[in-house]
Design a protein around this ligand. Structure first.
Ligand code: FE2
Length: 242
């Protein structure tokens, strides 16, 4: 069984379009919306393609209109892109996002998969470094062959005890210095972390057409082009990480 794992699409339809992997099952780890220009198209893609999904903090924020705290970096971009995201989503799109559970356990091909956006103990928001030591306490009590997570927009896989942890990276807003769209393939228990070039100019043109602060457009274009936020010249402080 060939499983396609995607996460953190963030309303980037052009990035999604670049993923052309044959697969039997598609799993999505949340954050389908916000930041990018095409939230409705991405929710519709998820409705058509995703067999099992979970909710991300951005999906939750949009559906519940959660107040955004903080005004810097990605929090600023969340605040700025929420109104056009809400305007673009029909009630059916919002219902799809609201129907996603925060965690999911399922068995595929005889292997147990635990799906969550952030961590099992804090499904939506906890930000955890990509090192086994940080994950050991967070996976205690989870009996699964694979734990699949998103949220940090950093692609990795490693073992924690008998469990293989996989973060497929972000499809639509990579933040580890490589702008290519990320995803993972799990086939017969073997994990492959994948990267694919996509039409970044198309996404930036979509952002340019959004009715948002020009500063936000420039920041987003920076992240799309470089795979991280350079703060204009690369010398600025890193933005908050969610
Ligand atoms: Fe995200």
């Amino acid at each position: 069984m060939r499983i396609l794992v995607v996460a953190d699409i963030h309303a980037n339809r052009a990035a999604l379009d670049a993923i052309a992997e044959p697969h039997d099952v598609c799993l999505c780890l949340g954050d389908t919306v916000e930041y990018g220009p095409e939230p409705a198209a991405c929710v519709e893609w998820a409705e058509r393609h995703v067999h099992f999904g979970v909710r991300g903090n951005h999906d939750h924020g949009v559906v519940q209109n959660v107040e955004i705290t903080g005004t810097g970096g990605f929090r600023y971009l969340t605040m700025v892109t929420r109104p056009p995201t809400l305007a673009a989503l029909a009630p059916a799109h919002r219902r799809y996002l609201a129907d996603q559970p925060t965690t999911r356990m399922l068995t595929l091909g005889g292997l147990r998969f635990f799906l969550v956006h952030a961590t099992p103990r804090d499904p939506l928001d906890e930000y955890t470094p990509s090192v086994p030591k940080a994950w050991e306490p967070r996976l205690q009590g989870i009996k699964a062959d694979f734990v699949l997570v998103g949220h940090t927009h950093h692609q990795f896989t490693f073992s924690v005890g008998a469990t293989t942890l996989v973060n497929p990276g972000s499809v639509g807003l990579p933040r580890d210095g490589d702008p290519r769209a990320r995803y993972a393939i799990i086939e017969d228990g073997a994990v492959e972390l994948k990267q694919v070039k996509y039409a970044i100019a198309e996404t930036i043109a979509g952002v340019e057409a959004m009715d948002i602060d020009p500063r936000a457009k420039a920041m987003l274009a920076d992240v799309y082009r470089h795979g991280r936020y350079l703060n204009g010249n690369g010398n600025g402080p890193p933005p908050p990480s969610d």
